[in-house]
Design a binder for this molecule. Structure first.
Ligand code: SER
Length: 340
């Protein structure tokens, strides 16, 4: 008998580490993690880790021969800034990696006679507003508005959402007997901020970078203009959103892709929040034009009414409590430990 498993790809990344911690409390499924890198020793305790490349078919085949994968959290991706330097390589990982996994989930769904749940973190990068005037006119975009991404990463995420919908609803639509299809669900995240880790290669990274630099007592030159505005959310809420969406009864869902968000703020307001807790930090603004253009194309805020209505989504942390209750206490503790 194969063991029942939850597969987490990109498990050594920021969301992966936080997700492993949350899922380690459940006992029904074995956690199988996949990443090019090894896991941190504290995560490794809870999982069976496979170090390898998602694009290697034989590796996926081996996994399904050992485990009955019931749920997939597909987190592996090259983020927006990094993807702009190597767009075709990003396409390979972000799109071909997702396609291979959707195919595997499809086959598994048919084999089990029960849908495999496929949870996919998408992004504000799927949006692209043409200019700052329109950005101001649409402060809380709906899921179907302004789907004109300007980055390879955004294009990849939007297309993979569509592939997910295709494999959940239309796959083999000409066959006489329709197969059991997978159950694809996605959230579009705003910029994420963790108290424990730093992102790498994203464009919303100025927020977490500013905060972590302040906590380490280092100066920070922010790569965007002071008036740059995008939505954010803390990592613990992001992981809650993924798990809550996975747990929602299928009948309650009116869509397969949902916006989720917590608070929107300008880069200078972000600086003021950081200075409230770390008043001696030197924070300056030195905009990088290319990254600025990407951020200006992302919406100022997301409308997440559908997620609230369908699966009771609500962030635990708003702007004030994100800093006072989650980010600052944990980050202070983190760097205190490093100093000791
Ligand atoms: N945080 C991501 C990035 O900046 C967006 O989803 O690329």
């Amino acid at each position: 008998m194969r063991k029942k498993g939850i597969l987490i790809t990109g498990a050594a990344g920021e969301i992966g580490m936080a997700l492993i911690e949350s899922l380690s409390k459940q006992e029904e499924y074995r956690l199988i993690t996949l990443d090019l890198k090894p896991l941190e020793p504290e995560s490794e305790r809870f999982v069976t880790h496979v170090q390898g490349d998602l694009l290697e078919n034989s590796l996926l085949a081996r996994l399904v021969s050992e485990y009955e994968i019931g749920i997939i959290y597909h987190l592996a991706a090259l983020l927006s800034t990094r993807a702009e330097f190597t767009p075709e390589a990003a396409h390979k990982v972000n799109v071909e990696g997702t396609l291979g996994l959707l195919k595997l989930a499809s086959e598994q769904s048919q084999w089990r006679g029960e849908p495999v749940l496929f949870i996919f973190p998408s992004s504000i990068a799927t949006y692209g507003v043409p200019d700052l005037e329109i950005k101001a006119q649409f402060p809380h975009v709906r899921e179907w508005e302004w789907n004109y991404p300007r980055t390879m990463y955004g294009c990849n995420k939007l297309y993979c959402e569509m592939l997910g919908i295709y494999y959940s609803q239309y796959y083999q639509q000409l066959a006489v007997d329709r197969p059991v299809m997978l159950d694809f669900r996605a959230v579009r995240f705003p910029g994420l901020i963790s108290a424990f880790t730093l992102p790498s290669g994203g464009t919303s990274d100025y927020g977490p970078e500013m905060l972590h630099a302040a906590a380490k007592g280092e100066p920070y030159a922010c790569f965007v203009r002071e008036d740059t505005i995008i939505p954010f959310m803390v990592m613990s809420d992001a992981v809650r959103a993924l798990i809550k969406l996975a747990d929602a009864p299928v009948d309650s869902l009116s869509r397969r892709v949902y916006n989720v968000t917590s608070f929107s703020l300008k880069a200078n307001q972000f600086r003021n929040m950081v200075l409230k807790y770390f008043p001696d930090t030197q924070i300056t603004f030195d905009p990088d034009l290319s990254r600025q253009t990407i951020l200006d194309s992302w919406p100022a805020g997301l409308n997440d009414n559908d997620a609230q209505r369908d699966w009771g989504w609500h962030p635990i942390y708003d702007l004030e409590s994100s800093f006072s209750d989650y980010l600052v206490p944990n980050i202070v503790e983190l760097y205190r430990k490093f100093k000791d």
